[in-house]
Design a protein around this ligand. Structure first.
Ligand code: 4AD
Ligand code: MG
Length: 487
């Protein structure tokens, strides 16, 4: 018989018809009730066994983690906890799971630490927590494509191997087929990359933005959604060496349009999760509550998971300039009482996530978009502002760019972008200032010669969004196979 997914059966009503389900055993109570899960939902199907009708040796193999196929009648459930259950008429073991082996793994039905689950990454999809996380991750990916598709954006696949450093931060993984032990050398004694596979030095992309700009300057509205790689040695709960990024890029949009797009887009994605992942969110909400209980009182979050999601969908994002933010931070309690790890003393300071979170969680109690950052701490492609910002008393300011960072509670920066420098001369100046070799980005510069227009875009870190929507504490737990320093 054709298998029916457990989710489909649980959402329907009792049919009294014969059905077949397949999945993995979560529990077998009193030799009578099997809890079966097939990953289609967080909820299990209850299978009722009349043990007199089954071979004892067969039932002995119905152990936790074993894969089975069950055929039986779908009936209204006698017990509480589920609407329907299956009265088994046939049962087949598809794959055994020996209890002695299971007891050594995270498949053993008890609480395991997230560290332990990470060590057995190959098995963690089987746990309730991770199956919920990855269903939410899928729902978000789907919502992202749907959002842009419905708005007429073109999905652009930008290259993974590239010769440029889009962010100019030098955090790239090299790609080479040269023998590392004995690479060919130039007369000056440097590695001769002209003999390398691509005839030049190449690396894994840190962002698809520069290529997306080429697309936007012809197709008007494009977005990328692909893997990006950063060899930054940040061992934090918010950084991965391999992560996925969504980068919309829109011709004719200025910074304000860019902020409107980011706000609308993020609200759409989160609304979608609230509407379509109710069961998984309920489970993750409880998980988060349990985790919060184990923390000291003063470190507990005041918001539950659903509250946090509604905090985004129900609030208008506060928009303020970097200069205004520095003024607020400089005069804030944690700054004066030296509670921040990095104290804000002067204009020009790079903001840390503690500052971003202060603005969102304590000062405004709303999501925040910060704009017009100092040119020196942002990338070369950002549009140079024509005027200096208005200084606050006792503050020395410098030139700024039309940058924007979107800040969320618990996370800090979730997306970052800008209006792009569309003026050829200014862009060349920016490239020189940041010490970028012109020959690696000549193709990018060219676009400013042939019908250049104002345009804007941003990058959303996909895992940061999944982290936010699942209430997980560590970004390693929202990507199937995390790549981080030394791991
Ligand atoms: O702020 P970033 O570096 O911006 C860019 O790459 C631009 N090219 C985007 C654009 O304008 N098209 O990165 C964008 C986002 C960050 O806001 C953050 O959410 C995420 O990518 N991100 C990371 N996520 C996980 N691990 C890392 N190491 C990340 N670095 C950045
Ligand atoms: Mg950024």
């Amino acid at each position: 018989m054709k298998r029916i997914k457990i989710k489909e059966l649980l959402e329907g009503s009792a049919t009294e018809k014969e059905v077949t389900v397949k999945g993995w055993v979560k529990a077998f109570r009193s030799k009578r009730f099997i809890a079966l899960n097939d990953g289609s939902t967080i909820n299990n199907m209850q299978i009722v066994i009349d043990f007199e009708k089954f071979d004892e040796a067969l039932l002995n193999n119905v152990t936790v983690a074993a894969a089975i196929s069950v055929t039986g009648k779908l009936v209204e459930s006698q017990g509480t906890g589920q609407n329907v259950e299956i009265q088994a008429t046939a049962l087949e073991i598809l794959g055994e799971a020996h209890p002695d082996e299971v007891s050594k793994t995270i498949l053993q039905p008890k609480r395991h630490t997230l560290e332990k689950l990470r060590e057995q990454a190959h098995l963690r999809f089987r746990t309730n927590t991770f199956s919920a996380v990855f269903r939410v991750r899928h729902a978000l990916a789907y919502a992202i494509h749907k959002y842009f598709n419905d708005k007429g954006f073109v999905y652009l696949h930008t290259p993974i191997v590239t010769g440029s450093d889009a962010e100019g931060a030098g955090e790239m993984f090299k790609v080479s087929t040269l023998d590392p032990k004995n690479p060919p050398k130039t007369e000056e004694g440097n590695i001769d990359y002209s003999q390398d596979f691509f005839g030049k030095e190449t690396n894994l992309t840190v962002s698809g933005q520069l290529e997306a700009e080429l697309g936007a300057l012809a197709l008007s509205e494009v977005y990328t959604f692909g893997p990006t790689f950063r060899a930054e040695n940040s061992n934090t709960t918010r950084h991965l060496a391999e992560f996925w990024m969504i980068e919309p890029e829109v011709a004719f949009n200025d910074l304000n349009d860019n902020m409107d797009l980011a706000e609308d887009f993020l609200k759409y994605c989160i609304t979608n999760v609230l509407e379509n992942c109710a069961d998984d969110l309920a489970f993750l909400e409880t998980r988060l509550q349990d985790e919060e209980k184990s923390k000291p009182q003063d470190q507990r979050s005041e918001m539950g998971l659903i509250d946090k999601l509604k905090f985004i969908t129900d609030n208008e994002f506060v928009r303020l300039t970097y200069t205004e933010a520095i003024d607020i931070l400089r005069n804030s309690k944690p700054n004066k009482k030296k509670k921040f790890e990095y104290l804000i003393e002067s204009w020009g300071a790079d903001l840390q996530s503690e500052h971003e979170r202060f603005l969102v969680e304590k000062k405004f109690k709303k999501p925040v978009i910060l704009t017009n950052y100092p040119a020196d701490i942002k990338a070369f492609y950002m549009r140079q502002d024509d005027e200096l910002p208005e200084a606050k008393p006792g503050m020395e300011v410098g030139p700024t760019v039309s940058a924007m960072d979107v800040l969320f509670p618990g996370i800090g920066e979730i997306a970052g972008g800008s209006q792009r420098e569309e003026r050829y001369e200014n862009l060349v100046k920016g490239i020189k200032k940041f010490g970028i070799e012109e020959e690696t980005v000549w193709w990018y510069l060219e676009t400013r010669k042939f019908g250049t227009v104002p345009h804007s875009g941003f990058g959303l870190g996909f895992e940061r969004l999944v982290l936010f929507c699942t209430g997980m504490g560590n970004i390693r737990d929202v990507i199937p196979f995390p790549r981080t320093p030394n791991n």
